[in-house]
Design a protein around this ligand. Sequence first.
Ligand SMILES: Nc1ncnc2c1ncn2[C@@H]1O[C@H](COP(=O)(O)OP(=O)(O)O)[C@@H](O)[C@H]1O
Ligand SMILES: [Mg+2]
Length: 341
Amino acid sequence: MISIANVKKVFSTRNGPVTAVDDINLNIQEGEIFGIIGYSGAGKSTMIRMLNGLEAPTSGTVTVAGREISKIKGGALRKARQEISMIFQHFNLLWSRTVRENIAFPLEIAGIGKKERKERVDELIKLVGLEGREDSYPSQLSGGQKQRVGIARALANNPKVLLCDEATSALDPQTTDSILELLVDINKRLGLTIVLITHEMHVIRKICHRVAVMEEGRVVEIGPVLDVFKKPEQPITKRFVQQVTEPEESKETIQHLLEQMPEGQVVKLTFIGESAEQPIITELIRRFNIAVNIVQGKVSHTQNGAYGSLFVHLTGPKEEVTGAVAYLEQHQVDSEVITYA
Ligand SMILES: Nc1ncnc2c1ncn2[C@@H]1O[C@H](COP(=O)(O)OP(=O)(O)O)[C@@H](O)[C@H]1O
Ligand SMILES: [Mg+2]
């Protein structure tokens, strides 16, 4: 559906050239929810803006739905853009127009007649759950409702691709979740391909099928979300994964625990997909003469299955603890001894 080949974008600035996107190659499949994560300045917005021709690459090609976006201009580009919509962090709504009028706007531009326009707007209002707010102005809406208007407007002309540039970054966590659920819903219902960029791993975890990690204009890591969670390769990816798998305070808690109870062993268990933590802990206690103390744990659900980490403190006779660790290593997808006490 989307093919990005050897794409580079260099801006000339007063202080010399700035390479925002540095030789990116990516293929995004039809119907996929594809996430791009990176810190501020990584080149994410520049990348996504090249997908709908808002920015032209310095070199390389961008093809979306069979059209070479990086080559077309003028009317042809405007036409292509009807199939590639976008939503934004700050919604970009028309403040003097009502909800209904905002959603109708792209339909007016496309030259759709009044009656058909009304029907389509009613449909979209239902789709995004804005019934009853049709005649409100953006200033009368909550952040989540504003983004729903943004989504409805983006879907008005039945696009094939929806681009989301930090679309939930201005929203509180609960509202973020409801918008993400709406995106999953329209991806499933309409088969829409979604490309979203974010600096929050939570967003990736919650809805993306695959993720690319961007750093200094390059894609440094890419893969199915669960695989990236399971085995992040790059330091930057590890940091992003830790945002959602390890509670902030885990290091301190474990340090504290080791000081309080200097015997035994702390093991970090990583659970992926099907493997459930409960049977393994039960088995551990049954087989070995040890006490298992759960220090901390967190399970996250991704679109491809669950992922979690659990810190356990094992105490008992030395051979029993050693045996238990060996057993975990055999039966766990991943286990890591944190410290030898
Ligand atoms: N229009 C522009 N002119 C000059 N430099 C730009 C322009 N747009 C982006 N940049 C620079 O390109 C780099 C990547 O920016 P951007 O794509 O906005 O990153 P992100 O969205 O990941 O924060 C930054 O160093 C930024 O300053
Ligand atoms: Mg940006």
